[in-house]
Structure formats: structure tokens, C-alpha cells
Design a protein around this ligand. Structure first.
Ligand code: FES
Length: 557
């Protein structure tokens, strides 16, 4: 509906003011205010990260006080004043707070920025000169995964600063900070993220995911199901996918776009529903004629590497995806000569990226080409992957990367690209999809859990002589970046230290867990936990200061 509809024009509607302008919306009173702002009023500067009041991306002002718009029913806004990020600037003239965010580089990916600005606006209206603790307290309900918060807090403390300079003066540019070119759009809420510019005539797609970590399944007759659900246009299965495999590694396309009779992790895509938005959303997974035969899952590396372990992928003997080595010198001999040897076993768990922007996108057919607007870190790799899935040439695929609200490696892999592309080509309609937070967490790649055994030895003066490391990485049900992690960790096993004798091995092991992939460092943080702990142990054994021992062994050019 139009955002400038006057309250008196719709006496049955819910009337309030938005950014000082009266509006009336004909929505059910229980509708989330965030949905009304975005879907009815077109104010997509308010972001949705969790829909549960946890991330604060949807923070707006209600009668001047910050609230999570996802947790406010629009009926509660009746007769009240709602302010969103779009209400802060005068055209392209940023207000003092927004200008401070620009000066301090406080908007990085920008998905949290509207929420941060609104929370800070609330604070500054009540307390124009807050101290650091008060700023941190006021912003505590809004999560940022990019900045580390420092720049944001500094910006709020500096909001009254008069300096609104964007570019350094002539002659002062070298070494000076410059404003991000997309700062204005991020600070005014106009930078379009993947869920912000979906065509009004788009069909919607929802993926139905496996409730089992390991199962065989069969899809029954879909004709009666389609007939019983008006507004549902298609139910896509593996049979609809021209090439049903993908993977970030150019040589390993082992993950189906839609599972084909076997599911290998809880949350794996099984079928995709395509149709009118409300129709697709209303269907419960249990209604679908999908018959599962669950089996015992291989949940960890220890189980997966037993001699009689069930194979996660039938052609991967021993559930071994790949292994990598680095060897140098005589490690065993050198360890035997060391004055001190530290040894340890280390375990790390899955880690979720938790980017604030959940996966979203939309696709359409343009003549013989497929155009996909999507949140991504890798548009060119995406083009190759989508062309391969569709079995068409790459020049017939155009990837339009939207603003990306955090990725950290997790948006290198394709997510809903394949199903959207196939659905748009099949229906000749724009097709859109937006995950919710549980779906994002169930389906996206994680940091590899690791199991590491390592030994590190040095001479009497603390000079490192030898290191041995055996590292197993749980790569989940499919390869993703498993080959990269397994082969890179041995290279990084010794960290930033010179160690003349070294033997390191990394293995990527398949399990029925979610696929593990790229995540800031590709296995290096897991290895660092091991070698840094062992260096601390050596320092303690020899009575040498920990920093001093590191300095003595640091790589030098
Ligand atoms: Fe805060 Fe990216 S800038 S989440």
C-alpha cells in the first residue's frame, strides 16, 4: 500500500505517524511492525536479522524510545509516533549522528547500521553527552558482526562534533582516512540488501529441509498436493535440477541442490515450494508426501574414522575426503634431542558465522539469460556454479550482487542460488526467497570442528627445533572448503615461527553434520590454538617469558 495514505482515508485501518507523516495500514493488529514497515510502507532501511528480538537490526523508535520492530505488533503503534532510519537525514544531508558514523567509518557492511543509529538517537535525545559506558549500554541490544563496536561507540561519543569533512584537504591525502563511497547509502538506509528490492510480482520459494541427519526418502504423488493448495505453483524436486550438484571446489560438485533420495545432514534441502507468498508460507512441512527412513547418523570424526564406519558418501572410503602433508627435516629425531617438549590434544567445535543479513535473493529470466540478485561474496564463482547447475553457458548467467550484510566466508558457497535459478527459468516469473534465522543456521556452512594432536620441542635457550601435528577436520556431509582447510592447515601448523623440523598432516573427514566451509582463516585459528598453547607450555617449562620465547622464534625475512 502507499505510505502516504492519510489516516482518515481508512477509518478501519491502524493509524500512526511514520517519520512525522500520518499513515494508516490495513494489516492485522498482530502483524509485526517490522513487516509492515518493510512490506507495506516500503521502508526497507529497517532490517530483519532474527525476528526474535535478539539482534536489534530492526530497531526503530516508538514515541522516541528504541524498540525491536520485530517484537512490536503494529496494533501497539496505533496513535503513536514511529521513527525509522529514513527519518533521520534531510534528503542527502546527514544529521550529526550519521555524519559522525561516516567520519569514524562506523558502517562497515551496514546491515546493523540503521539499528545502531536508532538506538543512539534514543540515547542522545535523553542524554546529549553520554559517557562510554552509557553508550555501550544503550547500544547493547544491537549486534554488529563486523566492526568490533569501537568505531560505532566512538562515533556516538563524537556525535556532537562539528567536523563533517568527508575528504582530506589537498596535500593531506596520503595516510588520511577517506569516507567509504557507500557510506551515504548505508547511513540513510537506502543501500539495497538482498531482501530489500524484491519485485512485487515475484513468486516466492521456500525450501523444505530434512528433519533427519541421515535418511533415505521418497517423494510421493505431488499432483493431489498441488491441487489441494491454491496459490502453490510448483513443487521442485531433484528431478527438476538440470545438473544436481554444486561445491565451491571446482573439481568436487558433491552437494545436491535438492537431495536425491538420500539426506546426509539435518537441514539438507529436499524439495522447494514455489508459489504465492502467503500460500507457500502457510504450508507445513509435515503436509508434504515425503516418506523418510531415518538411519543412525555419523556425528563425529571418531565415529567416522572407525574401520567399520558407515560411509557418508558411498564413494569416499573411510569417510576421508582429502588429506594434506607438510614434512621438513627429521622431526622424530629432533624431538628426541630437545631440552623440552610440550604435547597436547585439542578439540574445537562448529562455529556459526551468524552474519546479521540472512540469505536472500531473487531470480528472473531475461530472454535466454538468467539474472540472479543475491547476497554473495563471490559473484563470479556464483556465475560459474549457476551456469553449471542450469547446464547453460556462463554468458547466459548474470549475477547481480546486492549489498552484503556480512559473510566472513559463509557467503562464498552458493545458498539459494540453484533453486532460485531453476525456478525462475521453469516458471518464467521472478522468484524470490528469504531464509529465516533458523533456516540460515541449519543450512549454511560453519567453521570446521577440529581434533588436533601436536608436539613441539625446543632447545635449552627456547629455540624451537621440531613440531609434529595431526589434525582432523569434520567437514560435514559435503566438501565445500574441506579440501582447502585440510591442505592449508599443515602449511600453517607452525604459525609465525621458524621450526626447522616439521611433520604436519591435515585430514578432512565426512560426517552427517552440516557442511563446514570457509570462515575467516580456513583452519588456521584451530591450528593456532594448538601451537600457541604449546608455546605457553614450553615457556613455563623453561621459565622463559612467553612473549620473549615467541620473539626469539618469530619468522624473520
Ligand atoms: Fe555491523 Fe556489519 S557493520 S554487522
Amino acid at each position: 500500500m502507499s505510505g502516504d495514505m492519510a489516516a482518515e482515508a481508512r477509518p478501519d485501518a491502524i493509524a500512526f505517524t511514520i517519520n512525522g507523516r500520518p499513515v494508516a495500514v490495513a494489516a492485522a493488529p498482530v502483524t509485526r511492525l517490522a513487516d509492515v514497515l518493510r512490506d507495506e510502507l516500503g521502508l526497507t532501511g529497517t532490517k530483519i536479522g532474527c525476528n526474535a528480538g535478539d539482534c536489534g537490526a530492526c530497531t526503530v523508535l516508538l514515541d522516541g524510545r528504541q524498540v525491536c520492530a520485530c517484537m512490536v505488533a503494529v496494533g501497539q503503534a496505533e496513535g503513536r509516533a514511529v521513527t525509522t532510519v529514513e527519518g533521520l537525514a534531510e534528503g542527502t544531508e546527514l544529521n550529526a549522528l550519521q555524519a559522525a558514523f561516516r567520519r569514524h567509518g562506523a558502517a562497515q557492511c551496514g546491515i546493523c547500521t540503521p539499528g545502531m543509529l536508532m538506538a543512539a538517537t534514543d540515547l542522545l535525545a535523553r542524554n546529549p553527552a553520554p559517557d562510554r559506558a552509557q553508550v555501550m549500554d544503550a547500544l547493547g541490544g544491537v549486534l554488529c558482526r563486523c566492526t568490533g563496536y569501537i568505531k560505532i561507540v566512538e562515533a556516538v561519543l563524537d556525535a556532537a562534533g562539528a567536523d563533517n569533512t568527508v575528504e582530506p584537504a589537498a596535500g593531506a591525502a596520503v595516510g588520511a582516512s577517506i569516507s567509504r563511497i557507500d557510506a551515504l547509502a548505508k547511513l540513510t538506509g537506502t543501500d539495497p540488501f538482498a531482501a530489500d528490492a524484491i519485485p512485487a510480482d515475484a513468486l516466492w520459494l521456500r525450501v523444505v529441509r530434512s528433519p533427519h541427519a541421515r535418511a533415505r526418502f521418497a517423494v510421493g504423488d505431488l499432483e493431489p498436493f498441488l491441487a489441494a493448495h491454491p496459490g502453490l505453483v510448483r513443487v521442485m524436486t531433484a528431478e527438476d535440477i538440470p545438473f544436481n550438484g554444486h561445491g565451491i571446489n571446482p573439481a568436487i560438485k558433491d552437494q545436491p541442490v535438492l537431495a536425491d533420495g538420500v539426506v546426509r545432514y539435518r537441514g539438507e534441502a529436499v524439495v522447494a515450494l514455489v508459489g504465492e507468498r502467503t500460500a507457500v508460507a502457510a504450508i507445513r512441512d509435515e503436509e508434504l508426501p515425503i516418506h523418510y527412513e531415518p538411519a543412525e547418523a555419523v556425528t563425529d570424526v571418531a565415529t567416522a574414522t572407525k574401520e567399520d564406519a558407515t560411509l557418508v558418501q558411498e564413494d569416499k572410503s573411510g569417510n576421508l575426503l582429502i588429506e594434506g602433508y607438510v614434512t621438513r627435516g627429521d622431526t622424530e629425531g629432533a624431538l628426541g634431542q630437545c631440552a623440552a617438549v610440550a604435547e597436547g590434544d585439542f578439540e574445537t567445535a562448529y562455529v556459526e558465522h551468524a552474519y546479521i543479513e540472512i540469505e536472500a535473493g531473487w531470480a528472473r529470466r531475461v530472454g535466454e539469460r538468467l539474472e540472479l540478485h543475491v547476497t554473495t561474496q563471490a559473484p563470479y564463482m556464483n556465475r560459474e556454479e549457476v551456469a553449471n547447475i542450469l547446464r547453460i553457458s556462463e554468458d547466459r548467467v548474470r549475477i547481480v550482487p546486492t549489498a552484503c550484510g556480512g559473510g566472513f566466508g559463509g557467503k562464498l558457497d552458493v545458498h539459494l542460488h540453484g533453486v532460485l535459478a531453476v525456478a525462475a527459468m521453469a516458471t518464467d516469473r521472478p522468484v524470490a526467497a528469504v531464509y529465516d534465522r533458523p533456516e540460515s543456521m541449519a543450512s549454511s556452512t560453519k567453521r570446521h570442528p577440529s581434533t588436533i594432536h601436536a608436539r613441539l620441542g625446543c632447545d635449552r635457550s627456547g629455540i624451537l627445533q621440531a613440531m609434529e601435528m595431526e589434525a582432523d577436520f569434520n567437514t560435514g556431509a559435503y566438501a565445500s572448503f574441506g579440501p582447502t582447510v585440510a591442505s592449508r592447515v599443515p602449511v600453517h601448523a607452525s604459525g609465525p615461527y621458524k621450526i626447522p623440523n616439521q611433520r604436519a598432516r591435515g585430514r578432512a573427514i565426512l560426517t552427517n553434520g552440516p557442511p563446514a566451509g570457509a570462515f575467516r582463516g580456513f583452519g588456521v585459528p584451530q591450528a593456532a590454538i594448538a601451537h600457541e598453547t604449546l608455546i605457553d607450555d614450553l615457556a613455563e617449562k623453561l621459565g622463559i617469558d612467553r612473549l620473549e620465547l615467541r620473539i626469539r622464534n618469530a619468522l624473520r625475512h
